[in-house]
Design a protein around this ligand. Structure first.
Ligand code: UDP
Length: 450
């Protein structure tokens, strides 16, 4: 704290309160603190970060209206809109107080792409602001492209299907929606809000040029403000884990006992998605029948109508014995870097996808919603470092695992994933594109003056 107050440039970070958004924002904060900035994190009380993991930061808690309910509604879009509504006033008052009572000069507000209110407050208080995007560039480009097709009258509601979108191979219409129940009108409204004209002075992107160069260039041509691709941020930030759920590290010693490239790491729901009893039964028998060792993350509450693993099929755990390890939450980046791990069955959240690529691990993709579907198509059809699992059926699961871990084409996917890992290492080293972009970002923020 004392160290921070001597630093003259303060940044206020405003993360969105979900694991996949919070982690990259805090990692960015760690990098920028290392570059000499003081950091304040303005966060909701719901899913608030643990300050003990980030002793150099100061924190500004904001009552959000969600935490009063005890649990959130699982209507993510509704919750995000509620946070935007409920935090606006308190955020503005807190910043005014910070300036008045502590004489703080805030160089810039960096807010998650979904925390629109922070941008409005920045505007009101005449503080520069920057957006952090925690999804990939392809998703943004494709969703905006779909809205343009609609505006030109080239889309009807019927086209939200399995068909390929013109000029957006390999994406199908159904890959681009936020959820399948969505109307095209709602979709356009949300896309315009997130990716349309914004008041911020720049965009920081948790992606990497060697993966998405062409898309980033196309976006930059249409976008009036500079874009800084500084990802994967976790490879640049030597940060402590900022996980909201306690990690079970015992799985690392279980991994130590498994042969190289043999284990399928299964974290197929991320921090938000869930499955029913029938689905968890298919997953369990698919894993058992593959006869490969598996490390399976079952997040508490992610199986409907149960607290944790009560609904696993009878006899399953005896059947697999030491071949399976089940945890509530894993130290994922360390797991992926472990030599025993030969493949990752993922829902393809953007963080998980980047973490897998950064570790050179090929992926079985079974996306649930949102940008995960775009990520899955890119993993399987563009970067060709994984395969798509169409249905949650035990036979399909068994054969996907065996194909990825044992078959020749799985080995080719692993080899391509390793090549990408090496490219990521070059990009995040001194002189690499992400490192250079980060330095340009620092100069850009400094140019605002204080
Ligand atoms: N994660 C973790 N342990 C687990 C499962 C997930 O630490 O057992 C982390 C993972 O490393 C990633 C984040 O949770 O950083 C999930 O983010 P992602 O964007 O992949 O998915 P989301 O949760 O947003 O759907």
């Amino acid at each position: 704290m004392g160290k921070q107050l001597q630093r003259s440039h303060r940044l206020v970070l405003v993360p969105c309160p979900y694991e996949g958004h919070l982690n990259p924002m805090l990692q960015l904060g760690t990098v920028l603190h290392f570059k000499g900035f003081s950091i304040t994190v303005a966060h909701t009380i719901y899913n608030s970060p643990n300050p003990h993991n980030l002793p150099d930061f100061s924190f500004l808690p904001m009552p959000d209206g969600l935490s009063d309910r005890g649990v959130t509604s699982m209507d993510v879009v509704g919750d995000v809109l509620a946070v935007n509504e409920n935090c606006r006033e308190i955020f503005q008052r807190s910043l005014e107080k910070l300036k008045e009572t502590q004489g703080e000069i805030i160089s810039c507000i960096i807010s998650d792409e979904l925390m629109f209110f922070a941008e409005d407050v920045a505007n009101n208080l005449k503080i520069p602001s920057i957006i952090l995007r925690t999804t990939n560039a392809a998703t943004s480009f494709a969703r905006s492209g779909l809205v343009k097709l609609k505006e030109k009258g080239l889309l009807s509601q019927d086209t939200l299907s399995n068909e390929l979108v013109p000029e957006l191979y390999p994406l199908r219409f159904k890959d681009l929606l936020f959820s399948l129940s969505e109307t095209l009108e709602n979709f356009s409204a949300i896309v315009t809000k997130i990716y349309g004209k914004r008041a911020s002075s720049a965009i920081i992107w948790n992606t990497v040029s060697c993966l998405e160069q062409a898309t980033l260039e196309q976006i930059q041509q249409q976008c009036k403000v500079p874009i800084f691709p500084v990802g994967p941020i976790h490879m640049i930030a030597a940060s402590n884990s900022s996980s909201l759920i306690e990690e079970d590290r015992s799985c690392l010693s279980w991994l130590d006992k498994q042969p190289h490239n043999s284990v399928i790491y299964v974290s197929n729901l991320g921090s938000l998605a869930s499955v029913n009893e029938k689905e968890v039964t298919e997953i369990a028998w698919g894993l058992a029948n593959s006869n490969q060792p598996f490390l399976w993350v079952i997040r508490p509450g992610s199986v409907h109508s149960s607290d944790w693993i009560e609904l696993l099929p009878k006899g399953f755990q005896d059947d697999v014995g030491d071949k399976g390890c089940i945890v509530r939450w894993a130290p994922q980046r360390e797991v992926l870097a472990h030599p025993a791990v030969g493949g990752f069955w993922s829902h393809c959240g953007w963080n998980s996808t980047l973490e897998s690529l950064a570790a050179g691990v090929p992926i079985i993709c079974k996306p649930c919603f949102g940008d995960q579907k775009v990520n899955a198509r890119y993993v399987s059809h563009v970067w060709r470092i994984g395969l798509e699992l169409e249905e949650l059926k035990r036979r399909d699961i068994e054969s996907a695992i065996r194909r990825l871990i044992l078959h020749e084409d799985g080995k080719e996917m692993r080899a391509r994933a390793k090549e990408l890992k090496e490219k990521f290492e070059v990009c995040t080293r001194k002189g690499g594109s992400s490192c250079d972009s980060l330095n340009e970002l620092v100069n850009f923020i400094m140019s605002f003056g204080t």
